[in-house]
Design a protein around this ligand. Sequence first.
Ligand code: FAD
Length: 629
Amino acid sequence: MEIERHEYDVVVIGAGGAGLRAAIEARQQGKRTAIVCKSLFGKAHTVMAEGGAAAAMGNVNSADNWMVHFRDTMRGGKFLNNWRMAELHAKEAPDRVWELEAWGALFDRTKDGKISQRNFGGHEYPRLAHVGDRTGLELIRTLQQRVVALQQEDEKLHGDAEAYIKVFQECTVTRLLKDGDAISGAFGYWRENGKLILFDAPAVVLATGGIGKSYVVTSNSWEYTGDGHALALLAGAKLINMEFIQFHPTGMVWPPSVRGILVTESVRGDGGVLKNSDGKRFMFDYIPEVFKDKYATTEEEGDRWYTDQANNRRPPELLPRDEVARAINSEVKAGRGSPQGGVYLDVSSRLPATEIVRRLPSMHHQFKELADVDITKEPMQVGPTCHYIMGGVEVDADTGAADVPGLFAAGEVSGGMHGSNRLGGNSLSDLLVFGRRAGAGAASYVDGLAARPKISPDSVDAAKAEALAPLERAGENPYEVHHELQRTMNELVGIIRKAEEVTEALEAVGKLKERARGVGAVGSRIYNPGWHLSLDLRNMLLVSECVAKAALLRQESRGGHTRDDFPGMSSEWRRKLLRCGLSPDGSSVTVEEKVQPSMREDLIKLFDRDELKKYITEDELADFDALVK
Ligand code: FAD
């Protein structure tokens, strides 16, 4: 069987915000670049992003700057973040947003014509550049337009629009190939006709997004099967922070067919409030100690904040997502939930109907179409949904390079930037900042190569045999295995965890791995979703094993990891990262502890001692005291 073969300098896997920004950078640096994506071009998960991109431009409140954004990001991540990434992100996000504008993005405006910025949980000032509640769509449209502009340049210069940047859409990568330690290419198949494809390239940028499809209730789309996470592991890279999963507090809970679909945080940013079945604004009861001085303690003060932020503290509905999700979970468990097992999110009594439709057009449409609820007249019912994974490929902050020479990662598939919990809006800016850096990192890696790594025929044969195996056996239905995995992860490694349940989940995942090795896909290679799922199962199971193993080891509660049996945050654990790899025979996930480097002096000095002592150890505090003396 013929395998289609292509040669590139850089192959970017993923055409969301991170992948497109990386590809643009690699091409701008003169590299022949392929963009490979398993969905249609323009349909990456990023298009679903609603609220906006966080960047401290100071357009709405001039007190905002990169230092405030850096502090908010570290607080949101409960100080577990890779501080260098958080620093680069806070410093560079404004330039990346302005660059998007220069490339044609049409952001909403302030009255004086600047890019408008909206409030979001955990951000001290209005900071999210947005386009209504359809920001991701505009981001992708703009980056795609930039790709097309570069292709038009290439057409003029080389007589071939695709000479330097080409898109391979509906094409799934199943294996990264190596020559010794270094990346030599990627192997995959066309989803439409099942034909096989090989990319010969010394540098690969992973930009494949998240893992939500391992859970039943999720805001994530079908693409989120953790492919990049698994491809990295299988290639010998390490994953960090895999125990931290963000359950967004507000997903739709009704009707069952739409359970998990996101209700944007902008609803709360624009004034929406959470109420229980007694009609009580319960978030005032859930302000944790570490945030006590930053949030309003009365409804009156919280409400005043929307019009006078200088003299009031923000309402607790805008606490970081992990806090709000846990609070909703507790209210429902205490029997104060809505009829369909969520709580109420009300914007109808807070803003005029015309304003709701103007500011939240997609939400208005979504509820009307999917749940027959008019959000200008009645509250929504919402509950937590698996939304984002903070964990991912361990990368060098400046270049996006993973442990494996030639492998780079950016966006949701990478780990570190968001620590134990991501602030809303920090992903879109992360994609732009680190997408650009990974593209540049890959380009300069290629420049520095003495010789191009080679693809061995054996590795191609092995990848081909693995890809075709499910079609060649009459095995178990892959959908059965998938459903069981989703249920297991949702019920046993969900929002609240305990040792016995996570152990049970690990046993179940072990058995599911066995079963997945025997699944079979009925039919041919021509658009066969059963076959595709059979291959995706390997990835979801590997990722789930990482999540569960790390969740069992981390004996504390922090951000997107809540242990019922270890409810407190521990300063000792803050210093440790859990790093997942593969056992030498590749059969199981191993986890090791790694100590985080201490924060650089000029950065740690941006915090008050009173705040630091909530997070860092006595030893670290003594070092801080010596530093500021
Ligand atoms: P994606 O945009 O998901 O792109 C992944 C790409 O990889 C796709 O093109 C996919 O086809 C491809 N791919 C995956 N596996 C393979 C494979 N094996 N082979 C080939 N291609 C592959 N964040 C914010 O900052 N602000 C927001 O307002 C916001 N709103 C959100 C709303 C919703 C409903 C959701 C679900 C998330 C939201 N987020 C938001 C989070 C944010 O949208 C994502 O984290 C981000 O878009 C991820 O971008 P990415 O470039 O990493 O990946």
